[in-house]
Ligand binder design. Structure first.
Ligand code: HEC
Length: 170
């Protein structure tokens, strides 16, 4: 009698455990399935983004060509990287000189700003091409410059930003 009870309890516990196990596996499958789906989506998305980040293939396209179809609205977003130090209002200097009308402006020409002297050696006028070179690698283009900015490696970013700057004050 007692043995049967024990046996029933053991079998019962076993069945219960089995049920929990099965349910758990089933739930995990659903959850994993859902996560798997998510991962797939995110991966597909980040592959697209990575594709856009590949500088090498893009560098093969000349700046002039990219600049010809540049998107000033996209450039305004890139400008966010500059605004810590630069302002666009005429005469408003910050850590860097104001950039009102900078495209076509003489290099190092803002009165009252303490330039390093390195820029004047690198260029005469901020043509789109000169800006492209400077913004890609400020210290490489103008060794000794006091502009503490690493540079914009993507040619699209530079072209779009220069198109945006061109629309301000010129
Ligand atoms: C950490 C601060 C800082 C950041 C960020 C920065 N700049 Fe500058 N920038 C400076 C300083 C300082 C100078 C003056 C450099 C010198 O005299 O050598 C300068 C100079 C310049 C000049 C030359 C202006 C002239 O009158 O000749 C241009 C153009 C310029 N920056 C554009 C940019 C752009 C575009 C960005 C964003 C992609 C940017 N800078 C980001 C600090 C900064």
């Amino acid at each position: 009698m007692f043995d049967t009870m024990t046996l029933t309890k053991i079998v019962g516990a076993f069945c219960g455990a089995l049920l929990v196990f099965l349910l758990g596996g089933w739930t995990a499958q659903i959850v994993y399935g859902a996560y798997g789906g998510h991962d797939d989506h995110e991966q597909a998305y980040s592959i697209e983004v990575e594709g856009g980040d590949e500088g090498e293939a893009e560098e093969a396209v000349p700046f002039e060509e990219v600049f010809a179809s540049a998107d000033a609205a996209a450039g305004e977003r890139v400008w966010g990287k500059c605004r810590a130090c630069h302002m666009l209002e005429d005469g408003a200097n910050g850590t860097g000189p104001h950039l009102y009308g900078v495209v076509g402006r003489e290099v190092a020409a803002v009165a009252g700003f303490g330039y390093s002297g390195a820029l004047a050696d690198a260029a005469d006028v901020w043509s789109p091409e000169a800006l492209n070179g400077f913004l890609e690698n400020p210290r490489g283009y103008a060794p000794g410059t006091s502009m503490g900015f690493a540079g914009l490696p993507k040619v699209e970013d530079r072209a779009n930003l220069i198109a945006y700057l061109q629309g301000i004050g010129s």
